[in-house]
Design a protein around this ligand. Sequence first.
Ligand code: NAD
Length: 252
Amino acid sequence: MKGIEFIGKRFVVSGAGGIGAETAKLLNSLGASIILLDINEENLNNTLLSLEGTNNRAYICDFSNVDGIEQVVKLIATENGAVDGFVHCVGVGSVRPLKMSKYDFMLKVMNINFFSFVEIVRCLSIKGRYNSNGMNIVGVSALGAYLGNSTKTAYCASKGAMNAAIRCLAKELAPKNIRVNAVAPGVTDTPMARVAEDYGADSDEHKMILARQYMGVCQPLDIANTIAFLMSDMSRMITGSCVAVDGGKLSS
Ligand SMILES: NC(=O)c1ccc[n+]([C@@H]2O[C@H](COP(=O)([O-])OP(=O)(O)OC[C@H]3O[C@@H](n4cnc5c(N)ncnc54)[C@H](O)[C@@H]3O)[C@@H](O)[C@H]2O)c1
């Protein structure tokens, strides 16, 4: 069996934080040039600097403004040409009780975690913006798509929406040779998880979550490895699926 290689390929990776940065580095180390999107300039610069080659690019983009995304994707297409895939790692892990979860908060989380994903897929899947042989797309979902978490209605709904959407997008885009999948990480050692720990490490719920993840906390590279597989031809018959990378949590 041949290993995975992405020489000559160009991928858009949204999110230059924990999982996004690791994914960008891995895809780049396998030969791809990377186009990064994030709101955080420091994350963008740090990740860009860690990449090899001269064809990597970074674009500042606020995913809470979904209307602005089309312009950024147009610019990416004009400046870089067709792409071979897209990984959506941007996300916010909002924790807020129901009584404070008003519509504007719910909408912001849905915009950043979900609507921006569909909008980028919509804008990239236009002829000329993706490789004429097709492309691969992976959304980073979460176990919250399957499990109930109190105070996480907005977050879990955004991930459930992503899981439902990939099944529809996979069917609709298959005639264009575009595969669409997701990964659902368990607790992964990134800034997002560390912030959650700061607020809830002592809570019974947090302890229970970690106890259920009986293989331990994931590292960003565990998630990136699965993303690389889904972005490669080794997974050529997989589409519309969400792969849990969760240290066993869903099974316990
Ligand atoms: N870390 C975990 O335990 C865990 C578990 C399950 C799922 N996830 C998912 O993995 C993905 C990546 O999370 P991470 O742990 O790497 O988090 P992270 O906080 O390290 O990275 C998230 C990135 O998203 C960017 N971002 C936030 N708001 C934005 C906006 N409005 N516009 C553009 N960019 C914005 C941040 O600047 C950051 O670089 C998220 O979708 C998250 O829901 C993480």
